[in-house]
Design a protein around this ligand. Sequence first.
Ligand code: GDP
Ligand code: MN
Length: 344
Amino acid sequence: WRQPAGVVGHQDAARMSFDEPAAGQRVNGAIVALVRNSELAGLRKSIRMLEDRFNRRFKYPYVLLNDKNFTQEFRDGIASITTNEVRYGILDEAQWGYSPSVSPAKALAALEHNRNRYLYGDSLSYRFMCRFQSGMFFEHPLVRDLDWYWRLEPDVEYYCDINYDPFVFMRDRGLKYGFTIALREDPATIESLWYHTREWIKKNPHLLPERSLANWIMGTDGHYNTCHFWSNFEIVDLSLYRSEAYRSYFEHLDRAGGFFYERWGDAPIHSIAATLLLNKDEVHWFEDIGYKHPGNMHCPRDKNMLARCVCDPSQAYTYRSACQTRFGKVNNMLKRRLLQLIDE
Ligand code: GDP
Ligand code: MN
């Protein structure tokens, strides 16, 4: 049923502006998920919860990416859960494969070695996934024309009504990176990541800003404390990943081989880059967005925030997380100090 043109009463006008954010009040952004055909049920759940809480009203398109062709069953299953636009993309071989410097035989030996050392220790596809998410997704033909993205995964949960547009919120405040949960990484998965990061910093001080959030990931001992933003949720101004500095950092890491010889995750890589390249005023904790990815949950304890949520803040991981607490406390670090600390 459509309102006849020109017959918009006061109440309807209010409701319309509530339902449909005015053009210009939006960013060029999308909700992006890399997903397997086998994860249809999990992604339907994630999309439904995000639709209910946010996107039925804000109508951002979904970009779904896969290393294999999406099946008709998958497309039908998604089409029945949202009326918003869904764009389907496939990855090419360069985006889903080994780092050029890596020897597949040596990589397979490393998988064997790491089989029982940590989760996904022996998974090759997990390595391809982390490499793609770290250095390639923002260049995919369906993503490269976007200015912003909001990452979604199967089997996540959204608990709170989001009555504003987080993309616009970020843009208007000069924010570049938004997260919900911060935690520690398993050091066994990133044994040489900090060594290679330090090498990159030493070679490329000209790519670093004068002040950054490096204090969050590094103590005065110059070591990486493994704090990172959990990248299964992130809202990012993609100019961060497309910057000369980020590309240079990724290429350096890709050459080092650790995506395969170790199990470097996109979460620590995105996070280290964000903290080295951004300052405190550009990174935002969405405390009001209650969220769960298997393993950890965030639920706001602030009364006004919690009023719009269906979750239990006493179960939230975030208020017990040392990395989260540290995020609230640290200030920017000067480049001069950063260079001193990593040199020691
Ligand atoms: P975890 O969150 O680190 O436990 O890893 P996930 O299994 O959730 O993978 C992270 C994201 O990459 C999810 O959105 C997955 O659907 C996606 N993903 C992981 N492996 C593959 C794969 O082999 N193919 C595709 N197409 N997507 C994958
Ligand atoms: Mn996941």
